[in-house]
Design a protein around this ligand. Sequence first.
Ligand code: AMP
Ligand code: MN
Ligand code: MN
Ligand code: MN
Length: 284
Amino acid sequence: MLPVDLHAHSNVSDGMLPPREVVARAHGRGCKLFALTDHDDVRGLADAAAEAASLGMRFVPGVEVSVSWRKHTLHIVGLGFDPAHPALLAGLASVRQGRDERAVRMDEALAAVGVTGVLAGARKFADNPEMIGRAHFARHLIERGLAKDMKGVFKKYLARGKPGYVSHQWASMEDAVGWIRAAGGVAVIAHPGRYEFGKQTMGELIEEFKAAGGEGIEVVSGSHNPADFDRFARLAEMHGLLASAGTDYHATGEGAREPGVLPDMPPGPVPVWSRWVDAATLAN
Ligand code: AMP
Ligand code: MN
Ligand code: MN
Ligand code: MN
């Protein structure tokens, strides 16, 4: 097992636990190197870093930026940046700004199919009012008995093509990578296995990402199966990208993975954490 988790959420975005509790849970499972990567916001990092320090666990500042690329929505994880960098903070604030307006359109779209009053319910799940997202809508719809779990509610209401889905313009990939780089961080393509791109499109994404200054890709992810681990390890090697690993933990009982530990990285690519720790630190 790999005592590393470089992708996890707290209630600063769409996770359920406060940052300190996510960190403590990861540490309790044996994690030695952890990054909190909330969507479009870094306001959990100070608490997370303080908790990690008190537990003696290595901590890397993180964020997961929402990006529009061609007709797709992608996520770019930033790691190891200065969380106070003004360009990064301004960029993330601009991404968050669109979320409320999108939430109103989602509410209207659901009302049009007879599911009314959803925004008010979703807001109760959004502990950070600037960071309302589809997971908050999902939890409210489940609470109302309109679906039985996260997978079901996305499939029925919230995934692309479903009644509650509205298109939205997020950051450009160049901007997202640029903010992360300006703040001294490493940009990583999050959970590439989720995008269902063919070889050609994935190759084009990676080349554009690298041209923008991107350096890494998630290989071991809570969103990937073992075949994906091998596939993206090969792609990382082939394109000279650093390989990352993260659970994408949101809440216990939602999704399979608890935070903190992952299956081993396939041999081959250079791990992104070689930037911050040597192999002996993780082996001990
Ligand atoms: P948003 O950024 O508001 O569009 O929400 C994206 C978030 O919704 C992801 O980070 C996941 O937390 C959640 N999500 C998206 N698709 C699914 C799915 N099929 N099942 C469960 N959660 C999902
Ligand atoms: Mn999420
Ligand atoms: Mn994501
Ligand atoms: Mn995530």
